[in-house]
Design a protein around this ligand. Sequence first.
Ligand code: C5P
Length: 223
Amino acid sequence: VRQPIIAIDGPAGAGKSTVTRRVAQALNLVYLDTGAMYRAIAWLVLQSGVELSDYGAIAELVSQAKLEFLPPFEGKPPQIYINGQDISQAIRTPQVTALVSPLSAQASVRAKLVAYQQQLGKKGGIVAEGRDIGTNVFPDAEVKIYLTASVQERARRRLLDFQAQGEENMSLEQLEHDIEQRDYLDSNRCLAPLRKAVDAIEINTDGLSIEEVIDKILNVCPK
Ligand code: C5P
């Protein structure tokens, strides 16, 4: 029998990463961070100096890129490589974050990454987080979750994350603005926009602890 696929979609900062990783661990399934893949392409585009509007050059860059996502292993965090280079840290900079949403609207980028994700999920047994997992990448996923939270709550969590990393110069207003901007772009693009799948279970995480969110998800997953 095929192992299940659990799809966890939702807007930026709703808590998907922590929750998805922990659900994968609890179910002993493979964790897949599809956002990291879009970020990897954004990093490559920044490195190359190609303009965002140069669709042809981006398509060329993407077609030649060798991408590898390694799930967490024995306590080591997940890693992402592009063309043999470990860029797991480099994909988290504000420059990459600012470029990733407009870039991920491009057809060449989505085609490449969706094919890679479907290849990784061919045999099932994964918990994947992203924006279009339940609607587009794995429309037959056994469980679909749509995680949300208010913009204020998501910005507040991001601020705490930054502060925990020793980054004190972020303002709540700026983070709210960035999140709204990314939500807008991700929800309004033509190709596979961020949407709750009709058969997804929506969980609003405002005021819920991580444990509570994980419990809610595990409750609807096949044992
Ligand atoms: O989840 P994360 O914030 O790392 O995602 C970065 C960006 O990658 C999103 O804002 C979105 O533009 C894009 N993305 C996407 N489809 C996915 C996952 C991420 O378009 N399945």
